[in-house]
Design a protein around this ligand. Structure first.
Ligand code: C2E
Ligand code: CA
Ligand code: CA
Length: 571
């Protein structure tokens, strides 16, 4: 093959390839749902390709005609659009923008590119229009989901926070107040448990829709989670607007909510309010405080409203301070065990001792366990603290047993959080074995509230420990639900009758009767009884007369140090 023939073949092959490519391009453009405009500056030639008609209904003959497309675009997008198709004016090589067409409402992505030739003069221009309506609607939906709560249509938590920030910035400038109000449905869990999640959801939705009616320029309504709603009121004029909103809500709850299956549900709500700038100037803190007072109102009896005030703030700050100190206290071992004796009511001989923790802080002085134990439960430090209590009291107890020939019980308070730990039982047994304690000498005190969240898990662990020999005591009986029928099903040995019961039992005939019948029933269940907080001789006499087994209280002995217990053991 000579050189010439080779060149010709090569040219033909390249031509064919080129033609094929052009054919392919044409096919792609013709079947495309996009529209293309191609303009050659050199030849002043314009070509319109693709599905032009689905975007515009005018014909482009000269490059100037393209400008008419601007009129088809929604006014809000016209400037941007014009900038995009006339990108050479800005010296750009490529520009993209998404615009809305005024007539059809279509979302169109417009992409323009320019090829610049020698000397920086534009030589070719391509503009493409692409329908992105589906994608864009999806984005709008995503945006909606980012701002709104799908179930109630109210603002969601995040958007509430951003709008509340706006309120607060404005209030700062205008020297106004902003009230944040948390609203929570009382006993919603019972509704969910009793009627099912679907009804629960429906109620949440209906209530949310009712709250939505308060939405106004100066009121933001949002759905946080579950049955929690949060409102913000701009310039609430002291308490009057807040009270107005609260009373409207409360009045509404006096009528039932209807469900789709025709049921009527009555609800009550509890509200908590914190105000900018009084409670805090920080958005998240305000919300937090409103929630705290709401929870406090629940605790003090539901169906009410509570305002955050300086007293609460002081208490809250105090708790925060203590919470922060807890870890250091644990690290520096600022804790000490005290023991309070328990005596048999009839004989007066020692029944046992209850281990009670004490915390001596260098700045605050003595901090009561009644104050710090709930905080330690909240932040989890109760687990190491509780483990230390177990270890330290068992060690002390075993020293006593080695030194004094006395048979008595060691009672230790155990928090629900400790019970919930998977390794609780194993660790406790390990400690008992480490010190060689007889498990039947150990009694664990647990409160009713510890059973509420995790009944099965906790009672299972109680059973394992009981099979091992440890005694279980129900603490604070008389303060919780105190249903005698359910006591029967619990794996317990002892019942501790709370001080509040002891305080009131001599007040009147009725309390007398209640106490006596409880004592009778408890006896029939085979439980041992310990009356707590006995301060007066007449209480002791009365308890003896109704056959209460044991007593514990300031009358017979306060909680005291290890060495003071030793003098009791010696006697
Ligand atoms: P609790 O288990 O009901 O303990 C009885 C509380 O009543 C003790 O308060 C005790 O000092 C007090 N008390 C006993 N007799 C009388 C009396 O005659 N009159 C009066 N006014 N009070 C009496 P304390 O030691 O301040 O403990 C408070 C609570 O803190 C305990 O209540 C218990 O729930 C918790 N706690 C204490 N130590 C521990 C612990 O080591 N672990 C856990 N988880 N909780 C503990
Ligand atoms: Ca106790
Ligand atoms: Ca108690």
């Amino acid at each position: 093959m000579n050189e010439m023939q080779y060149q010709v073949d090569l040219m033909n092959a390249m031509n064919e390839k080129l033609q094929n490519e052009q054919k392919m391009m044409k096919m792609i453009i013709e079947t495309s749902t996009s529209a293309f405009v191609y303009y050659s500056y050199d030849r002043d030639e314009i070509h319109v390709m693709g599905d032009w008609e689905s975007y515009f209904d005018f014909t482009v003959r000269r490059i100037g005609d393209l400008q008419r497309a601007v009129d088809y675009v929604d006014e809000a997008y016209q400037d941007e659009f014009s900038g995009c198709i006339n990108l050479e004016r800005r010296g750009l090589e490529r520009a993209v923008t998404t615009v809305k067409l005024a007539g059809s409402g279509k979302w169109v992505e417009c992409e323009a590119s320019i090829v610049y030739g020698a000397g920086g003069k534009p030589s070719d221009k391509v503009v493409r229009f692409k329908d992105v309506t589906v994608v864009n609607d999806k984005n709008e939906e995503l945006k909606y989901m980012a701002y709104y709560d799908g179930m109630t249509g109210l603002y969601n938590r995040n958007y509430f926070i951003s709008r509340l920030t706006g309120f607060i910035n404005k209030a700062r400038e205008e020297q106004r107040e902003v009230a944040v109000m948390f609203v929570d449905i009382d006993d919603f869990r019972n509704i969910n448990d009793g009627m099912g999640l679907i009804i629960g959801d429906e109620l949440m939705m209906n209530f949310g829709q009712f709250l939505a009616e308060f939405s106004a320029d100066n009121v933001i309504v949002s759905h946080f989670t579950g049955d929690m709603y949060c409102l913000a009121i701009y310039d609430p004029r002291g308490q009057s607007d807040i009270e107005y909103v609260y009373n409207m809500i409360r009045n509404r709850t006096r009528q039932p909510f209807m469900t789709s299956d025709g049921r009527e549900i009555n609800i009550k709500v509890t509200a908590g309010v914190a105000r900018y700038p009084d409670a805090s100037e920080n958005v998240l803190e305000l919300i937090n405080y409103a929630e705290i007072v709401m929870l406090r109102a629940k605790h003090n009896g539901k169906d009410s409203i509570q305002y955050f005030d300086s007293e609460l703030l002081a208490e809250f700050m105090g708790n925060l301070n203590i919470e922060n100190k807890l870890r250091d206290a644990l690290y520096d071992m600022r804790f000490e065990m005290y023991f309070q004796p328990q005596y048999q009511a009839s004989t007066g001989s020692l029944r046992g001792v209850e281990a009670l923790i004490r915390w001596q802080d260098p700045e605050e002085g003595m901090i009561s366990p009644a104050q710090f134990i709930p905080l330690a439960e909240k932040n989890g430090t109760i687990v190491p603290i509780g483990q230390w209590v177990i270890e330290d009291s068992i060690r002390t107890y075993m020293q006593w047993r080695a030194e004094y020939d006395r048979d008595f019980i060691l009672s230790i308070n155990i928090s629900a959080i400790q019970y919930k730990r998977d390794d609780f039982v194993r660790k406790l047994i390990d400690t008992i074995e480490k010190y060689g304690m007889n498990p039947t000498d150990l009694e664990l005190e647990i409160t009713e509230t510890a059973l509420i969240d995790n009944y099965n898990d906790v009672t299972d662990k109680m059973k394992v420990l009981r099979d091992y020999g440890v005694r279980i005591s129900m603490d604070d009986f008389g303060t919780g639900y105190s249903s005698l029928s359910y006591l029967k099903s619990l794996p317990i040995d002892t019942l501790k009758i709370d001080k509040t019961f002891v305080d009131t039992m001599l007040q009147d005939e009725n309390s007398n009767i209640i106490m006596e019948s409880i004592m009778g029933m408890v006896k029939r269940l085979g439980l041992e009884t310990v009356a707590e907080g006995v301060e007066k001789p007449e209480q002791l006499e009365y308890l003896k007369s109704i056959h209460c087994d044991n007593i514990q209280g300031f009358l017979t002995g306060k909680p005291q140090r290890e060495e003071d217990i030793e003098s009791i053991l010696k006697a």
